[in-house]
Design a protein around this ligand. Structure first.
Ligand code: G3P
Length: 218
């Protein structure tokens, strides 16, 4: 499974990039707004760090023509910038137009497998089902993700599924177990995925045993 980080924070992106596990970045208007810089400059910075790996940047227009115009501007920032569109009829039209010109679209705010199916048929390169926000309203987000994975994979669409709105490591585990293509994960959760108390206990014991015989190690 590919691992993306879900943030617009440059320090966090650089830190996770240094781990050697980062496959891409997703941003949204709320995440970019936290960074207090203008969107094109900021997206350019992120795209530079990522090299040829994908970075999703979201349009604000809500009509197809506006989405296409804004999407083309975002895609022109760098070759690895994909255009994030919110799921609706207008964005299906924009997806068709942008993908026909070779611009990759990430259809976001997906809460139902049929929305993902429609987006894939329109040519979306990525679809982003939001699992945490469904959990928030008492619906099993992971079940929706699983149905989406089954449908999109069985028809062989050239569309990758990004598990989004991830709130804890178990969401990532569920996504990996069901064969989801990508998970976009917040920084704090990525850190939690590395840590384990038994690992820390084991490291401390090996060090203590080594030092009993060899004296203080490095
Ligand atoms: O990638 C989608 C993500 O940014 C939404 O997450 O936690 O705001 O539901 P959240």
């Amino acid at each position: 499974m590919k691992i993306f980080i879900d943030t617009a924070n440059l320090d966090m992106i650089k830190e996770i990039n240094s781990w050697g596990i980062l496959d891409g970045v997703t941003t949204n208007p709320s995440l970019v707004a936290k960074e207090n810089t203008d969107t094109p400059t900021h997206v350019k910075e992120i795209a530079k760090i990522l090299g040829d790996r994908p970075v999703s940047a979201e349009v604000m227009a809500l009509d197809a023509d506006g989405m296409i115009a804004e999407g083309k501007k975002l895609a022109a920032i760098a070759p690895n910038v994909n255009v994030k569109l919110p799921m609706c009829i207008e964005s299906l039209k924009a997806t068709k137009a942008l993908s026909s010109e070779g611009i990759a679209v990430n259809m976001t705010l997906i809460f139902d497998p049929l929305q993902a199916l429609m987006a894939a048929k329109a040519g979306a390169r990525f679809v982003s089902p939001f699992i945490g926000r469904l959990d928030d309203i008492g619906t099993h987000g992971v079940d929706m993700l699983s149905e989406t994975v089954q449908i999109i994979h069985q028809y062989g669409f050239d569309t990758e599924i990004i598990a989004a709105s991830i709130r804890h490591p178990t969401h990532v585990l569920d996504a990996a177990e069901m064969g989801c293509d990508i998970a976009t994960i917040p920084y704090d959760i990525l850190k939690k995925m590395v840590a384990h108390p038994k690992t820390e206990e084991g490291i401390a014991k090996f060090k203590a045993d080594y030092e009993k015989v060899n004296g203080p190690g490095q």
